[in-house]
Design a protein around this ligand. Sequence first.
Ligand code: PEP
Length: 244
Amino acid sequence: MRKMAAGNWKMNGALSDLTELTLLAQRHAMASVDILMCLPAPLIAPAQKEGVIKIGGQTCHVASSGAHTGDISAQMLVEVGAKAIIVGHSERRQDHNEDNATVQAQARQVIEAGAQAIICIGETGDARERGETLDVLADQLAGSVPEGATSGNTVIAYEPVWAIGTGVVPTLEQIEEAHRFIRNTLVDRFGSDAQDMTLLYGGSVKGSNAAEIFSVADVNGALVGGASLRADDFSPIITALEAS
Ligand code: PEP
């Protein structure tokens, strides 16, 4: 099982901010966990010199090439250095109407391009209040994760939508319930290899709450938005994961 500290800069950051990655690479040169930073596409190539830190993308098109003005394929991201690509982030599902079928097609493209698919799933606050959390997760896992997913080519990120960028974090019991359900569902479908699939928790992870979140069974790392932008904020999360 590979533990992973993954960052998602979203639509933030400039060339000058890559110094944050230089700092992280220096501080964690001997890291015992995978460190991944998913950057805006224009920053992927310039960031390649950052040693221990793997660089990733944040989305890709469902096709490998074609007449899709403004879109970027998984192959293109991999060619400039992306080792992993996030698909199905709730902001993509919401802002671009990306449904499970779209996310599954994107994940297939990522895997075929030779990168790791970081597939995001998670319920909205309304769905949780209606008691539908596990139904939503079951539906998203069935619809978004492609056949052929393995512990090598796929990572699942559980990101309750109501916890993203809000400062609100689920209880440890809620995180444990979701992760246990995700693990069991994956093992039912993919067999024992899914015991080794890395499961990330995402949603308002910070240095101050990382250790307790990483103590939860079946949490193998984090997908981090806001606290991934600055080395001083992300570094304690890496350290907490290494200690878990
Ligand atoms: C995210 O963007 O995937 C995320 C979890 O954001 P934040 O850490 O800011 O809640």
